[in-house]
Design a protein around this ligand. Structure first.
Ligand SMILES: [Zn+2]
Length: 371
């Protein structure tokens, strides 16, 4: 990646390279046609190189599970890690749409072409029985939402890997819980927008802020964790164990349009949807129903969506049924990065719950998302 066109592509992207080519084209006169046709000839190789670079970056996000598990124990007592039943409660508040204390985040490289679109599931190589459990930590501007301690404790007690899609404001109002999830080698964190904005309705800066403020908040808290005394004693090992930036994104309300999908992908984030809906925010949903849905619909590479912010009904109660049932069927639990690194992605051009168009009513119900 040391050659100038590659550096340019890495820093400015394909558009940057085109802009330079257009700018210098009058100078190269007759050579222009020849230059552009060789670019066209080189393009597959250039794209391959960009994708390889981007894949290498994403693979770095796959947790090194050999990383110090003791980081978690060194920083918190068992009681602090277990939290309490009260953590689950959701409190109404005056609307607070304020930004994080610092808006700066690591710019990501271009996304590999094959990871574009709204990812529904992954086909693992050799049809390995892998499944990704994902839990959303949504928080709107007018609330402090919860943290389902029972759910996280169960995952920890049974060594189940999982991915949490955290709202940026959720991370800000739950800094300790966020750092605990970050420091735990079982878990991975993804971006779930700042205040759960509806990115099918928002546009312009309002849309970008939802994405980039959340990237910033994660990096602020990662820095705080690494600077803390308990982490400092692990030196580089701690930094190597915790991904420097978020690399995946989940659309609030599962809602996107071509513009917001492009914005997420251009930020270098992989848009992760699901192919199994637990329906856990529906009042009256039972643990048995949730488990039945997952166990009946699972296939290798499935992505399951549920909630860990106190909005899931009986989610924690369903976990023992889901986990023992899936293990009996021979399934292994992986994080989203692990899943992406190993298989062929199935992506859609739009975002939906189970069928294209099935969540359009949310735009009427939630508009731009709760202010
Ligand atoms: Zn959500």
């Amino acid at each position: 990646m040391g050659k100038p066109p590659f550096d340019l592509l890495r820093k400015r992207g394909w558009r940057g390279l085109m802009a330079v080519l257009l700018a210098i084209s009058p100078l190269i006169g007759k050579a222009e046609h020849a230059a552009l046709s060789s670019i066209a000839e080189w393009w597959p190789a250039i794209r391959k190189a960009i994708d390889a670079h981007a894949m290498a970056r994403l693979n770095k996000a796959v947790r090194n599970t050999a990383a110090p598990d003791d980081l978690l124990r060194a920083c918190w007592t068992p009681a602090e890690l277990r939290g309490s039943a009260g953590d689950r409660s959701i409190q109404k508040q005056a609307s607070d749409p304020s930004p994080p204390e610092r808006i700066s985040y690591q710019k990501q490289a271009l996304l590999p072409e094959k990871l574009g679109g709204s990812i529904r599931y992954v086909k693992p190589r050799n049809a390995e029985k892998w499944v990704a459990l994902t839990f959303d930590l949504c928080e709107q501007a007018h609330e402090k939402s919860g943290y389902d301690a029972d759910l996280v404790n169960y995952l920890r007690d049974h060594q189940v890997k999982a991915t949490f899609f955290a709202g940026g404001k959720w991370m800000r109002s739950h800094p300790v819980k966020t750092m605990q999830l970050m420091a735990d080698p079982l878990f991975e964190i993804g971006n779930h927008a700042w205040t759960h904005g509806n990115l099918r309705v928002l546009n312009g800066p309002g849309m970008y802020d939802q994405i980039t403020w959340t990237q910033s908040e994660y990096e602020i808290l990662r820095e705080k964790l690494l600077q803390s005394k308990c982490a400092a004693r692990f030196g580089e090992k701690a930094a190597a164990a915790i991904p420097p930036a978020l690399t995946t994104f989940r659309f609030p309300y599962g809602a996107c349009n071509a513009q917001s999908l492009a914005a997420v992908n251009q930020t270098g984030l992989v848009a992760i949807q699901w192919n199994i809906v637990t329906g856990d925010p529906v009042r009256g949903q039972t643990a048995q129903n949730i488990a039945r849905t997952v166990l009946n619909q699972v296939q290798p590479g499935s992505i399951v969506v549920a909630h860990a912010n106190g909005r899931g009904w009986h989610t924690a109660e369903a976990l023992p049924l889901i986990i023992s049932g899936l293990r009996k069927q021979g399934y292994r639990f992986v994080t989203i990065s692990e899943l992406l690194a190993t298989g062929e992605v199935f992506a859609a051009e739009s975002c939906y719950e189970l069928k294209p168009g099935d969540n359009l009513r949310y735009d009427r119900l939630f508009k731009a998302g709760a202010p």
